[in-house]
Every structure is written in C-alpha cells, then in structure tokens.
Write a protein that binds this ligand. Sequence first.
Ligand code: SF4
Length: 681
Amino acid sequence: MKLEYIPTVCPYCGCGCGLNVVTIDGKVEGVEPWKRHPLNEGKLCPKGNFSYQFVGRDDRLTKPLIKENGEFREASWDEATSLIASKLEEYRGEDPDSLAFLASARCTNEENYLLQKFARAVIGTQNVDHCARLCHGPSVAGLAKTFGSGAMTNSISDIEESSCIFIIGSNTAEQHPLIWRRVLRAKANGAKLIVADPRVSPTAKMADIYLPFKPGTDVPLMNAMMNVIIEEGLEDREFIEKRTKDFEKLKETVKNYKPEEAEKITLTPADKIREAAIEYAKADSAAILFAMGITQHITGTDNVVSTANLAMLTGNVGKRGAGVNPLRGQNNVQGACDMGALSAFYPGYQKVIEEDATEKMSCAWGCSDLKCTPGLTVVEMMNAAAEGKLKAMYIMGENPMVSDPDIQHVKESLENLEFLVVQDIFLTETAELADVVLPASAWSEKNGTYTSTERRVQYIRKAADAPGEAKDDWQIICEIANKMGADGFKFSSAEDIFEEIREVTPQYAGMNPERLVKPEGLHWPCPDETHPGTPILHTEQFATPDGLGIFFPVEYRELAETPDSEYPFILTTGRIIFHYHTGTMTRRSETLDREVPTGFVEINDEDALELGIKNGDMVKVKTRRGEIEITARVTPEIMKGVLFIPFHFAECAANMLTSADELDPEAKMPELKVSAASISK
Ligand code: SF4
C-alpha cells in the first residue's frame, strides 16, 4: 500500500486554505489540513474537510458526449474536438461576435488565461466573461474608481490586528470560516465588531453593534455613518489632505444623510448608526469586510464606492488591520479576474478600451484583429442569445442554469443557441442543454495556480489521475486551438502557460514556480523576481494616475423592485456553510449533503404567524419571474418583511425568482439581492 500526502489548495471558497490530499495507491481517500500553511494554520472548515468526497463519484464525466436527436452518445476526443473546431470556425467566419465564452472561477489561472486568449486571439471576440460578474464585478469597478485597483487591500492575517471590524453584506462566519477565525482573534484582542445585515446571521450574533437594515439601502446607511463622522469632527484630516482628493464633494452630499433621515430608508435605528460610526472612526485601525450583500445590486458599484469613501474618510487605507476587503467567494475568482476573464480587461486589468493595451496584447499573441471595445457580460450574453444575436457559446466550468438570475430566461437563451459546448466535471444542469460536453479534470487532478481573495497566488498540485478520458481544461483548449491551426497553444504543462502569464501580466511578473511552491505563495503585485510581494496595497500612494485616492459622492437610488400589495416581501439570497455555489460539488459530498439536503426559505416569525405558516410547512414563494415550492424556516432572526433563500439548490432554485431586467450601469450586475416576492402556504 502506498500512502501519499500531496500539498495543495482547497477547491472551495476564496480563503485559499492549504491542505494535503491523501492518496492510497494513487486514489484520493481524504484530506489533511496543511499545518505549515500561513492562512489556515492546520485548520479547515466543513467544506474543506470533505472536499475529497465528490472527486471519486461514479457520475463523473469520463468521455466526451455529443447530443444527437436529443440524446447524448459517447464520442472520441478526436470526433468531439473536430466537431467543435469546425463549428467555431464556421461562426467565426460569419461574425466572431456571434460567439461567446464563459471562463470559470473554479479553474486555474492557467486555464482562465488560455480561454480568454482563445476567445480573443483565435476567435477575435471580446465576448469573454465569467461569474465574477455576478459576485465581485462591482468590487473591481468601485475600488478601481476610488483606489485605482479593484482587489482586497489587506491580507487575511492582518485582520486580527484590527481594533474595529465593520462587516456589511457578508455572513463571514459561514462563507469564509477561516477569515472569520481572524475576526474572532481580533475580538479576543479587544476589537469591536460592527455587523450590518438584514438577518441576525451567525456573524451578526457575535457583533458588538448590530445594524439591521433593509436590503438595498447600503448607500444611505454608509452615507449616514459618514455624516456622523464629519459632524463629530472624527475624519482623518491629515490623510484626507495628503492622500486624497474631492473630499468637499463627499461632504456636500453626505450632509443630507442625517441618521434620523437615513433611518426612514434603512430601518436602522439612528442611535445605532451613530454608535457604529463613532466606534469605526475612533479605532486606531478599522477594517471593512464585505461580500455579495454589497455587490449583488444594481447599485453594487455605488455600494463599493461608499465603503472606499468611508475608509478614506477615516484614514483606514494602507496600514495593517485596516482597508477595504471584498471577500471573494470562489477559490479562484480573484485569479480569473486577474487573468482577463472579463469582457473589458486583458490580463492584469489592462483595459480593452486602451489602444496601448490592445497593441501590447496583439503583439504578445501574434494577432491583428483585437477590438478596442468591451464584449458582452454574462447577463448581456444571455439576452443576446435570447434575441438570436448570439449563435454559439462555450462554457468552461460554470453552471448558469443555477447561478444566474431568472433561470427560466437563461434556459430559453441557452436553448435558443445553435451550438453550445460545456466543459465540466459532472453533467450539470447547464451541461444537459449542451450539444457537446467535454469531461474535465477536478482540482486534485491537475497542476497550476489559484489566486485567493487576499491576492495570494498559490501552487496547486496533481494528486491523482482524472477518471476515464477526462483532461485538464487547458489541454482541451489547446487541442481545439491547434485543430483550428492557431499559433500560441503548443503548451506542454501548466508551468509553460504560467511563463506566458508572467510576461503579459505586470502584477505576476516576479512570480515563478520555484517561488510559488512555498506554502506562503506570493501576494500580487510582485513586479520582479526580487520583489517580496505586496500583502498591503496603497501604503504610500493609491494606484490612480496621480497617486491620490478619489472620493466619489454617491446618492441613494431606489430599489429596482419595491414591495407592493401583490408582492409584499423583499426576497434576498445567500449561502450556507455546508454548501458551495450551485451545489455541483458539495451536494455530491455525502457528509455535506446530509447536513443540509435541500433548500429552505427563512421568514420572520411575526410574518409567518400572520400568514398561518409554521416551521417546516411547504410554501410557495413567487416573484414576477416565477415561483418555487420550498420548506419554510420560521425564525425571529430575519427582519420583518424580508425572506431569505440559499441559492445552492437546483430543485428550489432561488434564481428562478431573481431578476435580470436591470443592471448596474458600470459593473453590469443584476439585482440578485432584492426581489419583490409573495409567500403562501
Ligand atoms: Fe476551503 Fe474556504 Fe473552508 Fe478554507 S475556509 S477550508 S478555503 S472552504
């Protein structure tokens, strides 16, 4: 018997915990936390502990599948990739923009880099995006506007040095358990914890100051906090003067958001707003943590800008224990963004609209027809498919049939395509609609790099072979590109691809496999091989052209949908500790599935009493998009008038109910966190 421990990185959330995959005679049998890893220090959350269980499932995809007369049949790789290559050539010949590509926050940097390169350099379209659009697109846009760089400003470890932590729009205890551990350490050291949330979540229960607030009213809440800080003279005048500009514009706007006025919009008691503002402003170093509660709104960019305004106002940027920290939900969503799997950015956030960047990438990739206009985003792709403007899509490791808003619309859009390719490890709800399905290797079956939420780039290692004929995603892309006669896809390993990534991505230039194999990895930016990496951004100056942070005043905008007599509740969505995203992996883990086998809707106990709904009743939740049947969980731990459904469960999918009608004007984020809804027995 051969027992091996292969050090790698957890495939789930953006914390990026290190673990060892345990194999016996080459078969994955378990995981052990990596004790030397600086982030998790030998700890894992339930998801990480059972992350090996789905890998060996019998329903893994093992051979390419081609759909004929509505049924899948097995095919050889040669047949499947030849079919795809000829179809892509055909559509490219008609119009490259009739094709679109979805990359994946679950795949490696190398795979995301190659898919966007393939879309741009081989097909000639900027229509490449991925599900960051539906999570932290507004973080990229909002922090780029204010700080010049759209990522977590600080490292996870320095959260424990904060003297005040303000969490808004994040249930950190369940979503990022190993970040939550640092929050608890900070609390044990005397830090004050402020949590703003419509639910008394496990995170909110630990707060020193809890701010209940109506979903979608983040801007007036934070404007009111800034109003108090300025009224009390608690702003950091030296920081504002030396490091920022346009403070007077912010002051002019927030003066109209007195806590008593804000209370009417947010439903947060004015005295609580005042108490939270003073606590945050007086702290020596105060950190803001946020997640999709902030971003998944049509005002997502405004919400993120507000967090940046608040941090700059109090001088809480560029030092330990402070900063603005978007907590990324997926293992490599930061990396997929860094790699240019976004329709407006090349690798390293070099803008598609800038001619210099387009020329640089054209030279690097040896192509001449890159367009200087951003391509379609995730929701725009679905709309274009529904209208018949998009003919074909290539989806790598994403499951929009559960993750995207208004699933009925997504289904109609995907069914309206002439040709759909899905590359995945299981036959997901999306793969079932495909014309060709390609079997991919899972996280423990390949080499490459992931970039965690704190910009830490880490090496992942192959522990076992993929089942059947499944291949690494990068190998599949290369095979198709080579069949199409493209140059620049003759890679023989993930390391080869990383060499090219370094050449075109300034933030990754100083990284190499020898440096990344260490458990610490490296935080970007790391511009050269002598650079130690950058755990804290903006210490001396911001990443804006003149080095100054920019205050952007933001006014409150009404919700996209307000409750009315037909739909009197606000429905919001989120995650739970035992499941991950669309459930493709965690619901195939017997231990995690046993904990929470299906979805539920939380309803306030007083609301439930009025409607005659009891705990455990099957209820119907309805919005203007559709309806689902789901079990009621009656609880006092959610605001009156608000419903909450976790979005992991396809059979009672929260996204059957959400809307894709309106988008954030900058980040193109739909209104996922607020839908007017009704509930009945
Ligand atoms: Fe994995 Fe995140 Fe849990 Fe760490 S906290 S073990 S990265 S799911």
